[in-house]
Design a protein around this ligand. Sequence first.
Ligand code: THG
Length: 369
Amino acid sequence: MTDSLPRLTPSTRVRRTPFSRRVEAAGVSAYSIYNHMLLPTEFRSVEDDYRHLLSAVQLWDVSAQRQVEITGPDAQKLVQMSTPRDLSTMADNQCYYIPAVDENGGLLNDPVLVRLASDRFRVSLADSDLLHYYKGLANGFALDVDVFEADVFPLAVQGPLSNRLMGRVFGDEVTALESFRHRSVQLFGRATTVARSGWSHQAGFEIYLEGSEHGEALWDMLSDAGADLDVRAGCPNSIERIMSGLLSYGGDVTLDNTPFEAGLGRYCNLSATLCLGHAALAEKSRPMRQIRAVEIPGDPLPAIGERWPTAGLNHGSAGFITSAAWSPDVGANVAIGMIESAHWSPGTELVIDTPEGPRAAFVRSGFWS
Ligand code: THG
């Protein structure tokens, strides 16, 4: 069914990355488009890639996590206008996962914020054009900042053997990093940020490559150093990220959702007026629908291409499924849904309207890992 899908037309609007040639040499079999750029989604098979990610180490071309740099005296003020997460105690070696919201408290993006200095931040974007929003705020409020897309491309090193590989290449200072901390290393003569982070719950790092011209050299350096560790090209894996409960902006959550509906209430500080969406968020802090882990027993379902309507046993709408994948470890389809409050308690039975007909499912108390 899906193997006869049309090709994607090449275009200069769809940007390649500094690693694309290596990714293609490694046999990438599917791409997604993310921030107008190629994002690999599959190499051997999603299931084969998943098993390897859980047992070895992979290089992920996540250049599509585009880097918006904000510098200048008002840099922190500008970022704070966009997020309810309190940035006042953020240190120069920290990364923060931040909900970015508009004046209605709607989610604009869910980036990773990297603080390089008190007047220098990078916003590592999920899939939406937040650069334009920051430029608009900077101009509209006459802020003293520069806002631009940096010539910086993240490469993630993920999997249980990532520590050994990164230790060989960058030394103990890097492997000693705690989660969501970063430090600077010298790479190709440039100060380069390396963080302990990444879009999986496996151990891992992200290298923020400075200068697209060094992409293949960095890729080769890591491939050579990890040859005996079975290092392979990989990519964000739908099975792993659903089981870990990592949200995909534009799919699981959109501008139509608040951070509370997204399950990101822990990142919303409502005790101070921090962002433009403050008043709206204060009114919307008790959502009527929210992201839930949903398990769909039975045979593997096809890849999800549009939301699957979801009902309660009384046939009333219970929301919709936004992501799903077959997990060989669970022996069922694992899924993420936006589920209405009447149906969201653990164990609640649901009926999902899948492309293969109705399927029984249930709400779990949490994600799998
Ligand atoms: N790394 C970087 N940039 C990114 C992503 C990334 N930009 C796009 C996308 N991923 C943003 N979305 C997420 C979603 C979840 C997490 C990170 C980025 C994440 N969440 C942890 C969790 O839910 O377990 C907790 C984060 C925390 O401790 O605050 O890691 O992956 N550079």
